[in-house]
Write a protein that binds this ligand. Structure first.
Ligand code: MLT
Length: 319
């Protein structure tokens, strides 16, 4: 009987798919790395989210592993070159989290522009300081979307209803891909200089690591705000803290961090114009259910029929 290891929390319906297909499911969703590392040599499939790290050390132990299924989009936690070399297929579920991530971005931009978290917290502290928490309207402001794929496009649609001007930057897309009245494509420097709000929707790869650092924050308007619901590491967090503390920019909303969970002395904690959430972009009932169903169906189909859906590599010698 083939074994499937689960090392991050997924919805129950996903487990049911794997069990119904006759796999022995090893549930280590709430276990420490040392615990699941010991069972890696026995497993054929491995289901993860962003909390587990299939790195070189782990993959070298996984002698029978055929497939890693990532319930979600981001695969920066997976050592794909090593997986490829070892004949292990890596798949993700790119379509399922889109709406949840876009809606969380809407929430973050509204929260940052209208000081929602700070207002709530001030009431908890017994203050009624409405004059200290004057916000800014979105109407007529410019939203710069960095990464104009699925999530970026859903964000654009939602903020066009607010009457915002939309500009976009994407290294793989041009103006031919968009109606200029809906999204004007510009280069990254222009987007950085002209936006009132910047929202990031790119993966973390070498080219996007620290894409927003102090040099780039210095190019932004002092009234501008930046939102990251994409991936930790695209923003240089120490530089962002400096930019906020020195009023180089006006605010930030961060859902993702270079190291998660963040440390208790993280530089962005307790900065008044910075709102933080603990990687909630895809944390909705709908997205959790959707990615679990999708990834478990994909893992089942690969282990039984070698069927590939949303494969991110194609090892020359598959197991
Ligand atoms: C994703 O990449 O799909 C989301 O960030 C959710 C997650 O990491 O689990």
């Amino acid at each position: 009987m083939k074994k499937v290891l689960v090392t991050d929390p997924i919805a129950e319906s996903g487990y049911a798919i794997l069990e119904k297909a006759g796999f022995d499911v090893l549930d280590y969703a709430h276990s420490a790395r040392e615990e699941w590392m010991s069972v890696l040599p026995e497993v054929h499939g491995w289901v993860i989210r962003s909390g587990s790290k299939p790195d070189e050390e782990a993959l070298n132990k996984a002698a029978n592993l055929e497939i890693i299924g990532r319930a979600g989009v981001g695969v920066d936690n997976i050592d794909i070159p090593t997986a490829t070399r070892l004949g292990i297929i890596v798949m993700n579920t790119p379509a399922v989290n889109t709406i949840s991530a876009a809606e969380h971005t809407v929430g973050m931009i509204l929260a940052v522009s209208r000081h929602l978290a700070q207002g709530h917290e001030s009431l908890n502290q017994g203050h009624w300081n409405r004059h200290a928490l004057v916000g800014t309207e979105l109407f007529g402001k410019t939203l710069g979307i960095v990464g104009c794929g699925k999530i970026g496009c859903e964000v654009r649609k939602r903020f066009s209803a607010f009457g915002m001007n939309m500009i976009g930057y994407d290294p793989f897309l041009t103006q031919k891909d968009f109606n200029i009245n809906e999204l004007k494509m510009v280069d990254l420097d222009t987007l950085t200089q002209e936006s009132d709000f910047i929202s990031l929707h790119v993966p973390l790869v070498n080219e996007t690591k620290y894409l927003f650092n102090l040099d780039r924050f210095n190019m932004m308007k002092p009234t501008a705000r930046i939102i990251n619901v994409a991936r930790g590491g695209i923003i240089h967090e120490n530089d962002l803290a400096t930019a906020l503390n020195q009023n180089i920019i006006a605010g930030a909303g961060m859902d993702v961090f270079e190291k998660e969970p963040i440390d208790e002395n993280h530089p962005l904690l307790n900065i008044p114009n910075c709102i933080l959430t603990p990687h909630l972009g895809a944390s909705t009932l709908e997205a959790k259910e959707g990615v679990s169903l999708a990834v478990c169906n994909q893992v089942r189909d690969y282990l039984i029929d070698k069927k590939m859906t949303y494969a991110l590599n194609n090892p020359f010698e598959k197991k």
